[in-house]
Write a protein that binds this ligand. Structure first.
Ligand code: NAP
Length: 476
């Protein structure tokens, strides 16, 4: 697989490549070019040269192309899902869901093609002004490996429909689905240079992209630590940034909650995508009075989850995506055992047996009675480990839930409207769910507060992130 620059698939100029490995089997899937500073400069130049032409097309023309691409993606959903499962590890059903999500997001932004226009502003005594919205120019999108197709859509949808050109830097573990989707966009009629992809290490491709003087805006999704580095580099060029960073979402289960629903929500919220979702349930707080019953049900649910190669249709949870994540999760669980940081009720090990021997598998794990200062509550646990804490009441639950540097999502499970209202008001998060967790939609703005980031994706708000607003004052 090659990089896509100026509408052409090209090899790296220095001809160095790196391997893309299947996390379930350890097998080589493909090799991609290790992009260099020169590759970045060439791709940025291509995006820059394509900008005027693309920006002068009508939003409806742009929507026509994106809509056609979404249609092709739907037709090829199954083959794209296989590629995604092979490089990312998630079960096929989740991969199909993500590919559909890509098409949904593109179609949603096509629907907004006629919606971005300026305003007429009446100014008392002095007359009036109007505002004009314009694309920014060359934008950069840097994305992670956990949801490569969906997050690609979150960025290219609003960026392209509003007339910008784009340079996308995929995660080094999962560039293949991004390249396949870019190729479909070209097939659908996207002009050369409008979308460019350079593969290669974040420290080289990512940093040079952020530093490039021709790049006007950076939309980054990834770890908070990397996001801070990106923000630092972007600040010297005073560039616009959207930062979608990590989270440590709390789930609050009150004593009046429907426990069956809450258990289903916790299982999906924590173990979907092997726990590698930014808005996964990463800390669970349950009222003492229902804790025993809830934990028992949760334990049974976890027992029934089938772990294996995502290519097999009956699998509920695939492997972790890479060795770094795998080692991190193993170390965290070892710490729980050695430092007495809670009681492992189920899981806690690398599964044994031939089918597991070459992948990054880990058992879905439930840890209860976790002390407040445990790493499980302080760090972003990006894997299949669910820490549970018993709380006396809602006040204690909210205080514990807010005791984090993150503020991405949070959910409250209750039938009581006052408790729901208090949860919505007092939980520090960019997105709050009532009696559900994890659901996202192209129509609903998404993004965190505090160290979970700056700015929004999805919804009409994401369009503003890619448009400049100019005010024209008229003398009367
Ligand atoms: P990451 O290590 O921060 O990497 C994200 C992207 O940044 C990758 O493409 C990476 O390239 C690139 N990168 C690395 N170092 C860079 C640098 N110095 N300058 C510019 N780019 C650089 O994150 P990850 O491990 O892939 O993803 C997991 C994290 O993403 C979790 O924290 C998760 O919560 C977060 N996430 C947040 C959201 C959200 O919407 N809030 C959504 C999904 C995931 P390489 O792959 O080449 O290193």
């Amino acid at each position: 697989m090659k990089m896509q620059i100026d509408g052409k698939f090209v090899e790296a100029f220095n001809k160095e490549f790196f391997d893309i490995i299947n996390p379930a089997t350890g097998e080589l899937i493909d090799r991609v070019p290790k992009g260099t500073e020169d590759d970045v400069a060439i791709a940025v130049e291509a995006a820059s040269l394509a900008f005027n032409g693309w920006a002068s097309t009508s939003p409806q023309q742009r929507a026509g192309i994106l809509y056609r691409a979404a249609g092709i993606v739907r037709q090829r959903k199954d083959e794209l899902a296989v590629l995604l499962t092979q490089e990312q590890g998630k079960p096929l059903a989740e991969a199909r869901n993500e590919i559909e999500g890509f098409a949904n997001v593109l179609e949603y932004y096509c629907g907004l093609a006629s919606s971005f226009h300026g305003d007429f502003v009446l100014i008392p005594q002095n007359g009036y002004a109007f505002t004009v919205k314009k694309p920014l120019g060359v934008c950069a999108a840097i994305i992670p490996w956990n949801m490569p197709a969906l997050i690609m859509a979150w960025k290219i949808g609003p960026a392209l429909i509003s007339g910008n050109t784009l340079f996308l830097k995929p995660a080094s573990n999962t560039p293949l689905t991004n390249l396949a989707l870019a190729s479909i966009l070209s097939e659908a009629g996207l002009p050369p240079g409008v979308l460019n992809i350079v593969t290669g290490p974040g420290e080289v491709v990512g940093e040079n992209l952020v530093k490039s003087l021709k790049v006007k805006k950076i939309s980054f999704t990834g770890e908070a630590r990397t996001g801070k580095r990106v923000a630092e580099l972007a600040a010297s060029g005073m560039k616009r940034v959207t930062l979608e960073l990590g989270g440590s979402d709390p789930m609050l289960v009150c004593d009046d909650a429907n426990l069956e629903d809450a258990v289903t929500g916790a299982l999906r919220g924590r173990f979907y995508n092997c726990g590698q979702t930014c808005t996964a349930v990463k800390r669970l707080f349950v009222f003492e009075s229902v804790a025993e019953e809830f934990i028992k049900k949760l334990e049974t649910g976890i027992w029934n989850l089938k772990v294996g190669n995502g290519m097999h249709e009956n699998v509920d949870m695939g492997p972790l995506n890479n060795s770094r994540q795998w080692e991190y999760i193993k170390e965290l669980v070892t710490d729980v055992e050695e430092k007495d940081e809670g009681r492992i009720v189920t899981g806690g090990k690398v599964p044994e047996g031939g089918a597991y021997s070459r992948g990054y598998f880990f058992e879905p794990t439930l840890v209860v009675d976790v002390p407040k200062d445990s790493r499980l509550l302080k760090e972003e646990v990006f894997g299949p480990v669910l820490p549970v804490v018993r709380v006396k009441n809602l006040d204690e639950a909210i205080e514990a839930a807010n005791n984090t540097c993150y503020g991405l999502g949070a959910s409250i499970w209750t039938k009581n409207i006052d408790r729901a209202r208090i949860g919505c008001e007092q939980l520090n998060a960019g997105i709050i769910w009532l009696n559900q967790h994890l659901k996202v939609a192209p129509e609903a703005p998404f993004g965190g507060t505090r160290e979970s980031g700056i700015g929004k994706e999805n919804g009409p708000d994401a369009l503003s992130e890619y448009l400049g607003l100019k005010t024209v004052m008229l003398k009367t």
